[in-house]
Design a protein around this ligand. Structure first.
Ligand code: ATP
Ligand code: MG
Length: 571
């Protein structure tokens, strides 16, 4: 086995991070000798959409805690509902889990693998007088449910005899009845304070082809009837899920207790979901954005999906670092997306080579620099990591700089270029602005003129002469054009899904994508490949888009830099 692959990118076995409350429970279970000290978890996605960063929180816990205690984690697709599932989703889910750095080895399962066993268990419950077929409609059943403080009403079919129940359930599965005409219910307690225990529906008729079992079944188990039993069949010891399942736990236990034979039993423990500001985190809402083409797809770089974050340039290490930093609790919360962005910057700061890209170019001509001369400037790739080496960047008399790095009438604290002012061109010379050419009708600056000080190059006699501002640049004769996509938050409300009387889509940020078509990139970037990551100096972190082809590169902005050089210089 490839040990590294299973370990995840984050060094799960670190001894520094204290155990979270779930890991403490697991540790106590091991000490108490429960399940012979085994630890076996599972990650149970429903293949009805792409994974989002909330799922990463569950994945890290499921795979991470198993590994911490020398156990195993299964991947189990919860495909109990044939209406919503698609093979595309199964494939994307597997790709995303691997990308995060986790592996289920040969343990890929599907709830549908257990349809026979679940059916047998349902028959067994009927035979024990613990389940019955109800001929009422879902509306009638709902009307009899009662309220948390008022007991429900027993169904007139509740005390049907066993033979009749067996006959009806078999005929339900033979396709003799219409969808919605009959259901199988567990016979528990219509007066239970827990509504989930009031004779829950455990099987319903669905006459649809299933993506794995085809037309074999006409009845399908409800989630609650599948999950705990699948855990049991797989030998799962700790079934970790989000807080909304807490109220389902008595039913989980009731069913497993009627299934189990020996001492072993799986145990469900709940933790708080990940919610992030300025986004939505439910597959149903994400699907809506995709279907309505409000984003370009599940992997649109503005989506909180793992495929979207990957395309945007986020790294699995940054995501996991973020998840570790927020931890696991029993309380619902909403986490600030700035925390995630911070983790991404931290990670890319160490990994991303620095390059020069001018997003909004204006020509700058150095009038005292020989027109036919080209110098190769040796520029280090990452001051945080010497081992990343250096590259040479061509310099000549015609360059591009950012339009907003020049002002005709700059205010006092503007440390960039203006008439008569000096700045350093990063990795090259100090220049002084001697004039500019302005299009009088548009007011636009078309060309800037400067002289350079030959002694100020690195290694030169005046290399250490200080000026306040430093600008990035590219050689106009060597630069290539590229498209740059500036992504911003998809929503302009911190909690778009939580606003009463408002649809979350009302809060879509109309400025979440700005496309720049004529950016100038330094020549070394022409070799860049999809998913390569860079820091565009003074601008932010960028990642080559997956649809990029050589000669026509597209860069996605991962996250802007928090501080620009001027701000640092001001201190
Ligand atoms: P959604 O509400 O987005 O559709 P889900 O809970 O229906 O999510 P599943 O595919 O059923 O999605 O989830 C698989 C696992 O991931 C479950 O154990 C679930 O508890 C967990 N999970 C889902 N969303 C989150 C989240 N936001 N934070 C943490 N865990 C999550
Ligand atoms: Mg679900």
């Amino acid at each position: 086995m490839d040990e590294k692959k299973n370990r995840g990118p984050s060094n799960i076995n670190d001894s520094v991070t204290p155990l979270n409350f779930i890991e403490q429970i697991i540790q106590e279970d091991i000490r108490a000798g429960k399940n012979n000290g085994r630890v076996h978890t599972r990650f149970p996605p429903e293949p009805n959409g792409y994974l989002h960063i909330g799922h990463a929180k569950a994945i890290y816990l499921d795979f991470g805690s198993a590994e911490k205690f020398g156990g195993k984690c299964n991947l189990r697709f919860d495909d109990t509902n044939p209406i919503k599932e698609e093979t595309e989703f199964v494939e994307s889910i597997k790709e995303d889990i691997h990308w995060l750095g986790f592996d289920w080895e040969d343990r890929e399962f599907h709830a549908s693998d257990y349809f026979d066993k679940l059916y047998e268990f349902a028959i067994d419950l009927i035979k024990r007088g613990l389940a019955y077929v109800d001929d009422q409609s879902s509306e009638e059943i709902a009307a009899q449910k009662g309220t948390p403080t008022k007991a429900g009403i027993e169904s007139p079919y509740r005390n049907r005899d066993i033979e009749e129940n067996l006959d009806l359930f078999t005929r339900m599965n033979n396709g003799e009845f219409d969808e919605g005409s009959h259901v199988l219910r567990a016979k528990i307690d219509m007066a239970s304070p827990n509504m989930h225990m009031r004779d829950p529906v455990i099987y319903r008729i669905i006459k649809r082809e299933h993506h794995r079992t085809g037309n074999k079944w006409q009845v399908y188990p409800m989630y609650d009837f599948a999950h705990g039993q699948c855990d049991y069949f797989e030998g799962i010891t700790h079934s970790l899920c989000t807080l909304e399942f807490e109220v389902h736990r008595p039913l989980y236990d009731w069913l497993v207790d009627r299934l189990k034979t020996g001492d072993y039993r799986p145990r469900q423990i709940e933790f708080n979901r990940l919610n992030l500001t300025y986004t939505v985190m439910s597959k149903r809402k994400l699907q809506e954005l995709v279907m309505l083409k409000l984003v370009s797809g599940w992997d649109d770089p503005r989506m909180p999906t793992l495929s979207g974050l990957r395309r945007r340039g986020y790294t699995p290490e940054a995501i996991i670092k973020f998840i570790r930093s927020i931890g696991y609790t029993k309380f619902e919360a909403i986490n600030d997306v700035a925390l995630l962005e911070h983790a991404v910057r931290d990670d890319l700061n160490l990994k991303a080579p620095r390059v020069f890209v001018v997003l909004d170019p204006v020509k700058l001509v150095i009038t005292n620099y020989p027109e036919d001369r080209i110098e190769e400037m040796e520029i280090i790739n990452n001051p945080e990591d010497e081992s990343m080496g250096s590259r040479s960047v061509p310099f000549c008399s015609e360059l591009y700089i950012e339009k907003d790095d020049f002002m005709e009438n700059p205010p006092g604290k503007y440390f960039r270029l203006g008439p008569g002012r000096e700045v350093r061109l990063k990795g090259a010379y100090i220049i002084k602005c001697t004039g500019f050419n302005k299009n009088e009708s548009t007011g636009e600056i078309e060309e800037i003129y400067c002289t350079y000080d030959p002694e100020t190059r690195s290694g030169g006699p005046a290399a250490n002469r200080r000026v306040k501002g430093t600008l990035h640049w590219v050689s106009a004769r060597h630069a290539e054009d590229a498209e740059v996509r500036l992504y911003d938050r998809l929503f302009n409300h911190h909690d778009p899904a939580g606003q009463k009387n408002h649809d979350f889509k009302e809060f879509l940020n109309p400025e979440s994508l700005k496309i720049l078509n004529f950016c100038k990139i330094e020549p070394s970037l022409s070799e860049a490949k999809p998913l390569d990551k860079f820091q565009f100096q003074r601008i932010g972190y960028f990642c080559v888009d997956k649809d990029s082809i050589p000669g026509s590169l597209i860069f996605n902005r991962t996250v802007p830099l928090r501080d620009t050089w001027e701000k640092v210089a001001k201190k």
